[in-house]
Each structure stands twice: as structure tokens, then as C-alpha cells.
Design a protein around this ligand. Structure first.
Ligand SMILES: Cc1cc2nc3c(=O)[nH]c(=O)nc-3n(C[C@H](O)[C@H](O)[C@H](O)COP(=O)(O)OP(=O)(O)OC[C@H]3O[C@@H](n4cnc5c(N)ncnc54)[C@H](O)[C@@H]3O)c2cc1C
Length: 242
């Protein structure tokens, strides 16, 4: 294999906020239409304490629809096994992902970094993860890299022999990086975060796979900048999506 086809190995995932129309005031005018009708837009500059109180009330009593009048589009690079979990989130999400039929897939593969806890303990659904030993990290990196190199070599052999990309890709593993745009609103994002982050403020704990949690944490950081009052109310009310 030539040098530019040699696999590269990554331990991180990336999330870029490419576009947004999402502010706390979008929640306010949507909620206030129920009492103020068409004048609800004029109330945007109202007393900030009242606004904070309204967002808290909506979150606490699970009036969810005012949290839908906003939009965030993220560009995400992560392994395919993360996207398999991600695409289970159907409501309030739109996705477009790179194609393994229309383009040659690049040799970028996931290998857990030294901070990734490798050893699982406890019952299914409630696993706790503890540090791996240096030896376990070594075995993991070496086994993954060897396997990735072999599968990418087989992929290239088939392409060189004239086999279609959609057939040859069958040998590539779920540790291969992919990329996608994902668009959501604050309500669908909160539902995703409630399931895909582990957080001590959550009244209903979740036990997500660490790699999708790495994506979720970066998305939450972007969202917290855009909608700080909504994010604070989400935390204050147990990280349950309204
Ligand atoms: C820790 C963890 C472990 C998991 N393990 C597994 C596993 O082993 N196997 C597996 O297959 N999946 C597993 N999943 C995926 C899980 O079952 C859900 O598919 C995923 O979390 C998306 O949740 P959701 O359906 O609530 O989200 P969305 O699809 O975004 O739906 C949001 C909400 O809309 C409503 N809704 C959407 N569609 C329907 C519908 N058809 N009917 C009624 N209401 C609907 C529901 O209220 C739902 O909560 C796991 C998820 C987590 C977080």
C-alpha cells in the first residue's frame, strides 16, 4: 500500500457547530403566544428574572413544544459504531452521512486513548468502567491497528481489481471514521443528552458508551453557549427532556 493509503489512528471525535438559530428567547416567544397572542414577540426584552422563571416552569412541568422553535446543525466526525447508536434517535433529528458507495472511504480508524477506561464491571445496563492496565492498552492498540491495516488492505485489493466500492466496503470495520451533518432542536437534543451522557445531576441515570458520550459532551458545550438559561433549567430539573 502506498504511504497516502496507510491507515491513521485517532482517539478523539470532533463536533463543529456549523449553523444555528437557537436562543433562549426563541423559547419565550413560543411559550407566551398562549397568553399574549401575536404580541408575544414584543415581550422578548421583558424582565430577565421573569424569563428565567418561565423557562424553569416549562422545563419542570414538561411543556416541551416551546423548546422546538430553534435549530442547530453539527458536523460530526466519529467512528461508525457511534453513528449506529446516534441514528437510533429518530424524533426531531435530520441526518446526512458520507457514502461508502459514492466515495472511496479514507483509512482513518478509532483506537482508544490512554484515558479510555477499558475494563467493564457490573451488570448489563449498569456497567461501570475501570482503568485498564498498561498491558491491556498495549494489546488493544496493537490488535486494533493490525486488524484495521489488514481490512483496509483487503478493501484496496478489491478496488484495484475493479470491484465496486459498495461491495468492497463490506470488509471495513465499525471502528472506521465517518462524518455526518446532524440537525436538531433543543428538545430533541435534551432527549439525546439525557440518554447519551452520564451526569450526577440526572434523576434518571444513563450508562452510555463513552465514545458517543464524547460526542454528546461537545454538542452540549455548543448548546450551553447558545441557550444558557435552557441548559441551566435542564440541569436543575434532573436532565429530563421536557
Ligand atoms: C444506554 C443505552 C443502551 C442501549 N442499548 C440498546 C440495545 O441493547 N439494543 C437496542 O436496540 N437499542 C439500544 N439502545 C437504543 C435505545 O433503545 C433507543 O433506540 C435510543 O436510545 C433512542 O431513544 P428514543 O427512541 O427515545 O429516541 P427517539 O427515536 O429520538 O424518540 C424520542 C421519543 O419519541 C417517542 N417516539 C419515537 N418513536 C416512537 C414510536 N415509534 N412509537 C412511540 N413513541 C415514539 C418516544 O417518546 C421517544 O422517547 C440503547 C440506548 C442507550 C442510551
Amino acid at each position: 500500500m502506498s504511504d497516502d493509503l496507510a491507515p491513521t489512528f485517532r482517539s478523539d471525535v470532533t463536533v463543529e457547530l456549523v449553523r444555528s438559530a437557537a436562543t433562549d428567547t426563541d423559547v419565550l416567544w413560543a411559550a407566551r403566544v398562549s397568553t399574549k397572542g401575536e404580541q408575544s414577540l414584543e415581550t422578548i426584552g421583558e424582565d430577565p428574572e421573569k424569563s428565567k422563571g418561565l423557562i424553569n416552569f416549562l422545563m419542570r412541568d414538561r411543556h416541551g413544544t416551546p423548546f422546538e422553535h430553534n435549530s442547530m446543525t453539527f458536523f460530526i466526525s466519529a467512528p461508525i459504531f457511534v453513528f449506529r447508536e446516534f441514528h437510533r434517535h429518530r424524533s426531531g433529528w435530520s441526518y446526512n452521512e458520507e457514502s461508502g458507495r459514492y466515495r472511496e472511504l479514507q483509512p482513518v480508524f478509532y483506537v482508544p486513548g490512554p484515558e479510555r477506561r477499558l475494563v467493564q464491571q457490573g451488570k448489563p445496563g449498569r456497567y461501570e468502567f475501570v482503568e485498564g492496565t498498561a498491558e491491556q492498552h498495549k494489546v488493544t492498540s496493537e490488535a486494533m491497528e493490525e486488524s484495521y491495516r489488514a481490512s483496509y488492505r483487503a478493501y484496496q485489493e478489491m478496488l484495484a481489481a475493479g470491484v465496486a466500492r459498495e461491495v468492497a466496503r463490506a470488509v471495513l470495520p465499525v471502528g472506521l471514521f465517518s462524518s455526518m451533518y446532524a440537525t436538531c432542536n433543543a428538545r430533541s437534543l435534551m432527549h439525546f443528552l439525557s440518554l447519551r451522557t452520564k451526569n450526577e445531576q440526572a434523576t434518571v441515570p444513563s450508562f452510555p458508551q463513552r465514545e458517543i458520550e464524547m460526542v454528546a459532551e461537545q454538542m452540549e458545550e455548543h448548546w450551553a453557549q447558545l441557550m444558557p438559561l435552557t441548559r441551566a433549567a435542564f440541569n436543575a430539573h434532573g436532565r429530563v427532556a421536557p
